[in-house]
Design a protein around this ligand. Structure first.
Ligand SMILES: [Zn+2]
Length: 328
């Protein structure tokens, strides 16, 4: 399998940069890292097992999660450009990732309006194009909005995605933890239909921390091309049948699901993957964030092989399908 070309369709910019790079980037920009000890600083970014949704993605005022810190350091046009370039280059050099889609939320990168959101997106695209000149890689960016945002903010992000379509924004996504109130799948019906008409591709984080009922709503109302995770579908045979029929592709991120305890064990993960295969549900294997979760897409496949979850022939099939399922 070594030497094989890889394709990663689900990585978040915030979770894909090495901690030492973030440390240096913070210092270059004069950002107060709060943690002054380098070794303690980098230790924060290794996501340990049994981390919950709250630890991962929470918006708790007292303690910043690694994602909050990473987003803060990436929040300037220069920083976002360097980070996108860094992720694409590193993934190619170290793991032979030849096709890559990176997702990020531009409104989490502009210091609450201090920076122009267009400049942030343009800089990210610039970093992407620079990396594609430096290395033989195909790349695209996905703009993600957050479940906690208002409709107005979702709209801004989706309109920007369309605006920068020709420069390399390939799709949109919805992620983040559910707010205590005010969130509804219905908020996205028109927005998704708008971006689709404009030729963009769509994906939606659901069935990771959310229920099988929500996955149903997403496929019925939003009709995305792909689903981020979608693991909850395993509990509903009818739903799997529908996902397969509609050829919606699940972006499965095994190590991430184990570390956040969406899936309780590798044994269970093996069963899930094989049930999807048996039910003809299309899926890709992805890293979610190779640095924070400590697993590149290449190692993800090696791990699945080592654990006898899938064999080499199936791995080749999944890798080749990933290139086909790409939005690029
Ligand atoms: Zn994700």
């Amino acid at each position: 399998m070594v030497g094989e070309k890889f394709c990663d369709l689900h990585l978040h910019l915030g979770a894909s940069v090495t901690p030492h790079f973030l440390w240096e980037l913070a210092h270059q920009q004069g950002i107060n890292t709060k943690e002054k000890n380098y070794f303690k600083f980098i230790k924060n970014f290794k996501i340990k097992k049994t981390t919950s949704d709250k630890y991962l993605k929470r918006i708790d005022k007292k303690n910043s999660s690694p994602f909050d810190i990473s987003q803060k350091i990436q929040s300037s046009p220069e920083a976002v450009e360097k980070c996108v370039h860094y992720v694409i280059s590193k993934q190619y050099r170290d793991y032979n990732v030849c096709q890559i889609e990176i997702r990020f939320n531009p409104l989490f990168r502009n210091r609450n309006g201090e920076f122009d959101v267009d400049k942030i997106i343009f800089s990210a695209l610039s970093g992407m194009h620079r990396a594609m000149i430096d290395y033989p890689v195909k790349a695209g960016l996905i703009l993600e909005t957050d479940r906690q945002f208002s409709y107005e903010k979702h709209k801004i992000i989706f309109e920007k995605a369309v605006k920068y379509k020709k420069l390399g924004i390939v799709g949109v996504d919805v992620s983040g933890p559910n707010p205590s109130s005010g969130f509804s799948i219905d908020m996205f019906i028109e927005l998704f239909s708008f971006v689709k008409k404009q030729g963009l591709k769509t994906t939606f984080h659901t069935g990771e921390f959310t229920s099988v009922e929500e996955v149903w709503q997403v496929i019925e109302k939003i009709k995305p091309d792909r689903i981020g995770h979608g693991i909850a579908s395993i509990n509903d045979k009818e739903l799997m049948k529908e996902i397969a029929k509609r050829k919606i592709v699940l972006e499965i991120c095994p190590t991430s699901n184990i570390k956040t305890q969406v899936v309780s064990s590798w044994e269970k993960m093996g069963q899930i993957i094989n049930i999807f295969i048996k039910n003809k549900v299309l899926f890709t294997i992805n890293s979610d964030g190779p640095e924070f979760f400590g697993m590149s897409i290449k190692d993800e496949f090696k791990n699945l092989l080592k654990r006898k979850i899938i064999d080499e022939r199936k791995i080749k099939e999944i890798i080749s399908f990933s290139f086909k399922a790409s939005f690029i």
